[in-house]
Design a binder for this molecule. Sequence first.
Ligand code: ADP
Ligand code: MG
Length: 190
Amino acid sequence: MTNVTDPVPHRRSERSAHYNSARGNQVKKRIYLSLGSNIGDRAKNLRSGIEQLGDLGTVVSVSSIYETEPVEVTGQQPWFLNCAVAIESELMPRQFLSRALWVERALGRRRSGTRSPRTLDVDILLFGDSVIQTAELTVPHPGLAHRRFVLEPLAEIAPEVRHPLLDLSVRQMLEQLPSNAGAVRRWKEE
Ligand code: ADP
Ligand code: MG
Protein backbone atom coordinates (compact mmCIF):
# COMPACT_ATOMS: atom_id res chain seq x y z
CA MET A 1 0.00 0.00 0.00
CA THR A 2 1.34 3.49 -0.80
CA ASN A 3 1.85 5.74 2.19
CA VAL A 4 0.77 9.20 0.95
CA THR A 5 2.50 11.02 3.83
CA ASP A 6 5.88 9.61 2.86
CA PRO A 7 7.06 10.66 -0.61
CA VAL A 8 10.03 8.29 -0.70
CA PRO A 9 8.29 4.98 -1.48
CA HIS A 10 6.20 6.80 -4.08
CA ARG A 11 9.26 8.15 -5.88
CA ARG A 12 10.84 4.72 -5.74
CA SER A 13 7.87 3.02 -7.33
CA GLU A 14 7.77 5.65 -10.10
CA ARG A 15 11.40 5.06 -10.84
CA SER A 16 11.01 1.29 -10.94
CA ALA A 17 7.95 1.56 -13.22
CA HIS A 18 10.03 3.60 -15.67
CA TYR A 19 12.92 1.18 -15.41
CA ASN A 20 10.62 -1.79 -16.08
CA SER A 21 8.98 -0.27 -19.13
CA ALA A 22 12.41 0.65 -20.51
CA ARG A 23 13.37 -3.02 -20.29
CA GLY A 24 10.17 -4.32 -21.87
CA ASN A 25 8.32 -4.72 -18.58
CA GLN A 26 10.54 -7.57 -17.44
CA VAL A 27 9.11 -8.10 -14.00
CA LYS A 28 9.25 -11.49 -12.33
CA LYS A 29 5.78 -12.92 -11.88
CA ARG A 30 4.67 -15.95 -9.92
CA ILE A 31 2.74 -18.26 -12.23
CA TYR A 32 0.71 -21.29 -11.14
CA LEU A 33 0.20 -24.15 -13.57
CA SER A 34 -1.84 -27.33 -13.60
CA LEU A 35 -0.26 -30.28 -15.42
CA GLY A 36 -2.19 -33.35 -16.47
CA SER A 37 -1.49 -36.58 -18.33
CA ASN A 38 -3.64 -39.62 -19.09
CA ILE A 39 -1.71 -41.39 -21.86
CA GLY A 40 1.48 -43.47 -21.70
CA ASP A 41 3.82 -43.24 -18.71
CA ARG A 42 1.82 -40.50 -17.02
CA ALA A 43 4.24 -39.75 -14.18
CA LYS A 44 7.18 -39.62 -16.57
CA ASN A 45 5.24 -37.21 -18.80
CA LEU A 46 4.60 -34.91 -15.84
CA ARG A 47 8.23 -35.04 -14.71
CA SER A 48 9.61 -34.36 -18.20
CA GLY A 49 7.09 -31.54 -18.59
CA ILE A 50 8.26 -29.94 -15.33
CA GLU A 51 11.87 -30.27 -16.38
CA GLN A 52 11.21 -28.58 -19.72
CA LEU A 53 9.09 -25.86 -18.13
CA GLY A 54 12.27 -24.97 -16.22
CA ASP A 55 13.37 -23.25 -19.46
CA LEU A 56 10.53 -20.72 -19.02
CA GLY A 57 11.68 -19.52 -15.60
CA THR A 58 12.52 -20.88 -12.16
CA VAL A 59 10.38 -23.73 -10.87
CA VAL A 60 9.82 -22.78 -7.22
CA SER A 61 7.43 -25.52 -6.07
CA VAL A 62 5.82 -28.71 -7.28
CA SER A 63 2.92 -30.49 -5.55
CA SER A 64 2.56 -34.21 -5.03
CA ILE A 65 1.07 -36.18 -7.88
CA TYR A 66 -2.65 -36.97 -7.68
CA GLU A 67 -4.68 -39.55 -9.55
CA THR A 68 -7.96 -38.06 -10.70
CA GLU A 69 -11.18 -39.21 -12.25
CA PRO A 70 -11.76 -37.73 -15.73
CA VAL A 71 -14.36 -34.96 -15.54
CA GLU A 72 -15.62 -32.60 -18.29
CA VAL A 73 -14.12 -34.97 -20.90
CA THR A 74 -15.40 -36.58 -24.06
CA GLY A 75 -16.26 -40.31 -23.86
CA GLN A 76 -14.55 -42.96 -21.69
CA GLN A 77 -11.01 -41.97 -20.76
CA PRO A 78 -8.25 -43.31 -18.53
CA TRP A 79 -7.73 -41.58 -15.18
CA PHE A 80 -5.34 -38.64 -15.11
CA LEU A 81 -2.28 -37.88 -13.10
CA ASN A 82 -2.26 -34.20 -12.14
CA CYS A 83 0.03 -31.87 -10.25
CA ALA A 84 0.45 -28.15 -9.66
CA VAL A 85 3.64 -26.19 -10.32
CA ALA A 86 4.73 -22.68 -9.35
CA ILE A 87 7.18 -20.90 -11.64
CA GLU A 88 8.77 -17.46 -11.43
CA SER A 89 9.23 -16.02 -14.88
CA GLU A 90 9.83 -12.72 -16.63
CA LEU A 91 8.01 -13.84 -19.76
CA MET A 92 4.87 -12.02 -20.79
CA PRO A 93 1.66 -14.12 -20.66
CA ARG A 94 1.42 -14.67 -24.42
CA GLN A 95 5.04 -15.72 -24.73
CA PHE A 96 4.66 -17.94 -21.70
CA LEU A 97 1.59 -19.67 -23.17
CA SER A 98 3.18 -20.29 -26.55
CA ARG A 99 6.26 -21.78 -24.91
CA ALA A 100 4.12 -23.93 -22.62
CA LEU A 101 2.31 -25.22 -25.72
CA TRP A 102 5.71 -26.10 -27.24
CA VAL A 103 6.42 -28.20 -24.16
CA GLU A 104 3.09 -30.01 -24.68
CA ARG A 105 4.06 -30.71 -28.28
CA ALA A 106 7.59 -31.80 -27.32
CA LEU A 107 5.97 -34.41 -25.07
CA GLY A 108 4.17 -35.75 -28.12
CA ARG A 109 0.77 -34.20 -27.64
CA ARG A 110 -1.43 -34.39 -30.69
CA ARG A 111 -4.41 -32.07 -30.47
CA SER A 112 -7.60 -33.96 -31.17
CA GLY A 113 -10.11 -31.72 -29.46
CA THR A 114 -10.61 -30.06 -26.13
CA ARG A 115 -10.60 -32.41 -23.13
CA SER A 116 -9.47 -35.37 -25.26
CA PRO A 117 -6.83 -37.82 -23.90
CA ARG A 118 -3.39 -36.23 -23.76
CA THR A 119 0.25 -37.03 -22.97
CA LEU A 120 0.62 -33.61 -21.36
CA ASP A 121 -1.75 -30.72 -20.75
CA VAL A 122 -0.36 -27.49 -19.31
CA ASP A 123 -2.94 -24.99 -18.08
CA ILE A 124 -2.07 -21.55 -16.76
CA LEU A 125 -4.13 -21.12 -13.60
CA LEU A 126 -2.85 -17.77 -12.32
CA PHE A 127 -0.33 -15.31 -13.74
CA GLY A 128 0.58 -12.99 -10.88
CA ASP A 129 -2.54 -10.88 -10.30
CA SER A 130 -3.21 -10.55 -14.03
CA VAL A 131 -6.68 -10.79 -15.48
CA ILE A 132 -6.49 -11.68 -19.18
CA GLN A 133 -9.31 -12.28 -21.61
CA THR A 134 -8.13 -12.79 -25.17
CA ALA A 135 -8.96 -15.28 -27.92
CA GLU A 136 -6.02 -17.52 -26.99
CA LEU A 137 -5.69 -16.96 -23.25
CA THR A 138 -8.04 -16.66 -20.30
CA VAL A 139 -6.45 -16.01 -16.89
CA PRO A 140 -7.38 -16.89 -14.19
CA HIS A 141 -8.16 -20.21 -15.85
CA PRO A 142 -11.96 -20.51 -16.08
CA GLY A 143 -11.91 -24.03 -14.59
CA LEU A 144 -9.82 -23.09 -11.55
CA ALA A 145 -12.62 -22.42 -9.07
CA HIS A 146 -14.62 -25.58 -9.76
CA ARG A 147 -12.09 -28.32 -10.51
CA ARG A 148 -11.04 -30.51 -7.61
CA PHE A 149 -8.25 -32.04 -9.72
CA VAL A 150 -6.74 -28.55 -9.97
CA LEU A 151 -7.49 -27.16 -6.50
CA GLU A 152 -6.26 -30.11 -4.40
CA PRO A 153 -2.72 -30.08 -5.82
CA LEU A 154 -2.66 -26.27 -5.86
CA ALA A 155 -3.78 -26.06 -2.22
CA GLU A 156 -0.74 -28.11 -1.29
CA ILE A 157 1.69 -25.48 -2.63
CA ALA A 158 -0.34 -22.24 -2.46
CA PRO A 159 -3.31 -22.44 -0.05
CA GLU A 160 -3.39 -18.70 0.65
CA VAL A 161 -3.00 -17.42 -2.91
CA ARG A 162 -6.11 -15.52 -3.97
CA HIS A 163 -8.20 -15.57 -7.12
CA PRO A 164 -8.01 -11.94 -8.32
CA LEU A 165 -11.64 -11.81 -9.49
CA LEU A 166 -13.44 -13.93 -6.89
CA ASP A 167 -11.27 -12.70 -4.00
CA LEU A 168 -11.20 -16.21 -2.55
CA SER A 169 -8.10 -18.11 -1.50
CA VAL A 170 -7.27 -21.48 -3.03
CA ARG A 171 -8.17 -23.09 0.30
CA GLN A 172 -11.57 -21.34 0.32
CA MET A 173 -12.31 -22.38 -3.28
CA LEU A 174 -11.48 -25.97 -2.37
CA GLU A 175 -13.76 -25.85 0.70
CA GLN A 176 -16.62 -24.55 -1.42
CA LEU A 177 -16.53 -27.40 -3.94
CA PRO A 178 -19.51 -29.75 -4.03
CA SER A 179 -18.62 -33.32 -3.00
CA ASN A 180 -19.41 -34.64 -6.50
CA ALA A 181 -16.63 -32.66 -8.24
CA GLY A 182 -14.74 -35.86 -9.27
CA ALA A 183 -12.56 -38.26 -7.27
CA VAL A 184 -9.02 -37.09 -6.45
CA ARG A 185 -6.51 -39.14 -4.46
CA ARG A 186 -2.78 -38.99 -3.75
CA TRP A 187 -0.93 -41.17 -6.22
CA LYS A 188 1.76 -43.63 -5.17
CA GLU A 189 4.28 -45.08 -7.55
CA GLU A 190 3.95 -48.90 -7.74
P1 ADP B 1 -8.21 -27.98 -22.33
O1 ADP B 1 -6.98 -27.84 -21.47
O2 ADP B 1 -9.38 -27.16 -21.85
O3 ADP B 1 -8.55 -29.40 -22.62
P2 ADP B 1 -6.52 -27.46 -24.56
O4 ADP B 1 -5.38 -27.88 -23.69
O5 ADP B 1 -6.78 -28.23 -25.80
O6 ADP B 1 -7.87 -27.38 -23.74
O7 ADP B 1 -6.26 -25.92 -24.84
C1 ADP B 1 -6.75 -25.28 -25.91
C2 ADP B 1 -6.35 -23.80 -25.89
O8 ADP B 1 -6.76 -23.18 -24.68
C3 ADP B 1 -4.88 -23.46 -25.95
O9 ADP B 1 -4.38 -23.51 -27.26
C4 ADP B 1 -4.88 -22.04 -25.41
O10 ADP B 1 -4.83 -21.08 -26.46
C5 ADP B 1 -6.22 -21.91 -24.73
N1 ADP B 1 -6.17 -21.34 -23.38
C6 ADP B 1 -6.94 -20.32 -22.96
N2 ADP B 1 -6.66 -20.00 -21.69
C7 ADP B 1 -5.69 -20.85 -21.28
C8 ADP B 1 -4.99 -21.00 -20.06
N3 ADP B 1 -5.26 -20.23 -19.00
N4 ADP B 1 -4.04 -21.96 -19.99
C9 ADP B 1 -3.78 -22.76 -21.06
N5 ADP B 1 -4.41 -22.66 -22.25
C10 ADP B 1 -5.36 -21.71 -22.37
MG1 MG C 1 -4.98 -27.16 -21.76
